[in-house]
Ligand binder design. Structure first.
Ligand code: HEM
Length: 165
C-alpha cells in the first residue's frame, strides 16, 4: 500500500508540475509575446494549436493530475466528511480548485482550441489568406483561450496552496 501511495504521489506531483508550470509559462510569457507580435499573433496561436501536440499534452497532464489526486485523496482522506471539512480542509479546498481548473481548461480553452483547429482546416482548404471574418473569429478565439488560461492559472495556484498547507 505504501509503494502504491508513493507511486500516486510521484505521478500526481510530476503531472501537476507540468500542468501548472506550462500554464503559468503561457500566461506570464508566451501569450504576452504572441499578443505583442501584432497581426501575426492569431496565426502563431493557430500554429501552436494546429501543428503541435500542445492541446493534447496539456489536457492529458490535467487529467492525470486530477485522476491521481482523486485516488490519493481516496487513500489518504477516504472521502470521510468528518476529515474532509476539518483537519484536511485546505487539501479539500485545493482539490476543488484543481478540479475547477480542469473544468475551465476543458470547457473554455479546450473548446476554443477545437474551434481554432476547425477554422484552420477551413482556411487551409481555401485559396489565399483568411477572410476578415475568419480573422476576427481567430482573434476572438485567441482572447477566449487567454482568459481561460488566466482563470485556470489562478485556480491552479490556489490548488497548490491548499495542497501544501
Ligand atoms: C492544479 C491541480 C493540483 C496541483 C497543482 C496539486 C499539487 C499537489 C502537490 C504539490 C502535492 C504534494 C504536497 C505535499 O506532499 O506536501 C499534492 C498532494 C496531494 N494532492 Fe494535489 N494537486 C492538484 C490537484 C489535486 C486534486 C484535484 C486532488 C483530489 C481530488 C488532489 C489531491 C491530493 C492529495 C490527496 C495529496 C496528498 C496530500 C498528503 O499527502 O497529505 N490534488 N498535490
Amino acid at each position: 500500500m505504501d509503494s502504491y501511495i508513493s507511486l500516486l504521489h510521484l505521478i500526481h506531483i510530476f503531472s501537476a508540475i507540468f500542468w501548472v508550470g506550462t500554464t503559468l509559462f503561457m500566461v506570464a510569457f508566451l501569450e504576452p509575446a504572441i499578443h505583442a507580435s501584432g497581426t501575426a499573433s492569431s496565426q502563431v496561436m493557430q500554429k501552436l494549436v494546429n501543428d503541435t501536440r500542445f492541446s493534447l499534452v496539456i489536457a492529458l497532464s490535467g487529467l492525470l493530475t486530477v485522476l491521481s489526486g482523486l485516488l490519493l485523496y481516496w487513500q489518504i482522506v477516504g472521502f470521510e466528511t468528518a476529515v474532509m471539512f476539518t483537519t484536511r480542509l485546505p487539501l479539500t479546498l485545493g482539490a476543488v480548485a484543481g478540479i475547477a481548473a480542469a473544468i475551465v481548461g476543458t470547457a473554455v480553452q479546450g473548446r476554443a482550441s477545437a474551434q481554432m483547429v476547425a477554422l484552420g482546416q477551413q482556411t487551409a482548404g481555401q485559396n489565399g489568406p483568411p477572410t476578415s471574418e475568419q480573422q476576427s473569429q481567430l482573434t476572438a478565439l485567441q482572447a477566449t483561450i487567454q482568459r481561460g488560461s488566466r482563470l485556470s492559472a489562478i485556480l491552479m495556484v490556489l490548488a497548490v496552496i491548499g495542497m501544501t498547507l
